[in-house]
Design a binder for this molecule. Structure first.
Ligand SMILES: *[C@@H]1O[C@H](CO)[C@@H](O)[C@H](O)[C@H]1NC(C)=O
Ligand SMILES: *[C@@H]1O[C@H](CO)[C@@H](O)[C@H](O)[C@H]1NC(C)=O
Ligand SMILES: *[C@@H]1O[C@H](CO)[C@@H](O)[C@H](O)[C@H]1NC(C)=O
Ligand SMILES: *[C@@H]1O[C@H](CO)[C@@H](O)[C@H](O)[C@H]1NC(C)=O
Ligand SMILES: *[C@@H]1O[C@H](CO)[C@@H](O)[C@H](O)[C@H]1NC(C)=O
Ligand SMILES: [Zn+2]
Length: 377
């Protein structure tokens, strides 16, 4: 030991430097790994993805591995901030940057795009949707039989539409979706498909779900970002004075919460049925099967000052035969809805999101949607 510097200890002190306090790729706090060849600090999950890029990234633990002087100096002179300036110099504004909460394929492709394909370095002119159009095949889940079949999709930046065709040579699309009315969300768990993407859009005032995937992770993430690109350009044309930031929050977004609850009908004694619920902003939809194309019903979750309430409910026995006992009652100006959850923890989690949504004042657009719901009921 005599006279020898402790480089392991020195390396650990580098994570307090600006930029190094969070993972270089997913921004999760307190990185415990680093790439000795790229000079970045990483969380354990991203370090696993880097390990698969062994030709360009050598990952080592900050706590368990040995570091030498040369590696210390490299990390010290590089680090997350410098890497970001280099590898993220040219990330298009619409491009989705995953966080630690995102699914594996998004994180993996972000890391591959950054370091392996160097897609976002200054000299790169990569584009997810070249000449304003993206054409390709995706496997789409059949509405009635649940079978995944190849379908041709065409995304157009210029028209702001996504179309799909049941036959490669068909003239008329099976569906024509305006990009400003659709949302795309990765759903690997629900679809039991690592590259599974859910696309939702509103058709005849009702939400329609499409479930698609591509066997190649790179290709499905390209579709996802191409959709965001088309949405971004469409919105910029429609609202020329809007800032990038204002447009970006309107692009594809995550559902606030999904999961099973039981629900009962409006009459006392109506039986309880287990349903899959999806809360998309103010739209609470319920499905018989999580992968159904259409919701069996939708409930609008409005603003508390307009008469919307959410509370824990004891579920009196008169409510029929629920198997789950943790009740929630949602009050709307028209009706009270009773749901039951499997556990106290699930109930808390649903109540939290309902109350959060209800605490937010509505936009003019929200009032328009509310009016459509109330006319329907
Ligand atoms: C590494 O690559 C293999 C083979 O492609 C894959 O199965 C695995 O999930 C990858 N691991 C990570 C952490 O990305
Ligand atoms: C790594 O992934 C697991 C499983 O998805 C997650 O529970 C954990 O929080 C992640 N860790 C970090 C540091 O992001
Ligand atoms: C998709 O998101 C946008 C903006 O966040 C929203 O206005 C729209 O209603 C959503 N579309 C669907 C089908 O839920
Ligand atoms: C959708 O709602 C709008 C506004 O209330 C209404 O004018 C239109 O007829 C509805 N469309 C369908 C197919 O129900
Ligand atoms: C109890 O619930 C089941 C379905 O969940 C239903 O088929 C049955 O009719 C219900 N029974 C009563 C007495 O409500
Ligand atoms: Zn990370």
């Amino acid at each position: 030991m005599s006279g020898e510097h402790n480089w392991n200890k020195a390396v650990k002190t580098l994570i307090t430097k600006e930029g190094n306090t969070h993972c270089a790729d997913c921004r999760s706090p307190d990185p415990e790994w680093a790439s000795s060849t790229l000079g970045v600090f990483l969380c354990v999950n991203c370090s696993g993805i880097h390990r698969n890029l062994s030709e360009i990234s050598k990952v080592k633990s900050l706590t368990m591995d040995n570091w030498d002087e040369e590696q210390y100096k490299f990390l010290d002179s590089h680090g997350n901030r410098a890497a970001k300036e280099m590898y993220e110099a040219n990330v298009p504004p619409y491009y989705y940057r995953p966080t630690h909460a995102d699914c594996h394929v998004l994180k993996e492709q972000w890391i591959h795009s950054k370091y392996k394909h160097k897609q976002f370095v200054k000299e790169s002119n990569f584009c997810d949707i070249s000449n304003g159009v993206k054409v390709g095949n995706l496997l789409k889940r059949g509405r009635d039989n649940g079978q995944y079949l190849h379908r041709k999709f065409i995304l157009s930046d210029l028209d702001g539409t996504l179309k799909y065709f049941t036959k490669a040579d068909a003239k008329e699309p099976k569906a024509l979706i305006k990009v400003d009315s659709l949302n795309a969300t990765f759903q690997p768990e629900k679809m039991k498909q690592v590259n599974g993407l859910q696309i939702t859009y509103v058709k005849d005032n009702k939400t329609r779900n499409l479930f698609v995937y591509h066997s190649d992770g790179q290709e499905i993430v390209r579709w996802f970002n191409a959709i965001r690109s088309a949405q971004f350009h469409y919105m910029k044309l429609a609202f020329p004075t809007a800032t990038n930031k204002e447009v970006l929050i309107c692009l594809t977004r995550h559902f606030l919460k999904e999961g099973y609850m039981e629900k009962t009908g409006p009459k006392p004694g109506d039986s309880f049925k287990k349903r899959w619920f999806t809360l998309d902003n103010r739209r609470l939809m319920y499905f018989k099967d999580p992968l159904d194309a259409f919701a069996k019903g939708e409930v609008f979750i409005g603003y508390s000052e307009d008469g919307y309430t959410a509370s824990a409910d004891l579920v009196p026995s008169t409510y029929g035969n629920c198997t789950w006992k943790y009740g929630i009652s949602i009050g709307t100006p028209d009706r009270i809805y009773i749901f039951t959850c499997e556990s106290e923890c699930e109930r808390e989690s649903w109540l939290n999101v309902f109350q959060k949504v209800m605490s937010q004042p509505m936009t003019l657009r929200d009032y328009t949607v509310e009016a459509i719901f109330r006319r329907r009921s």
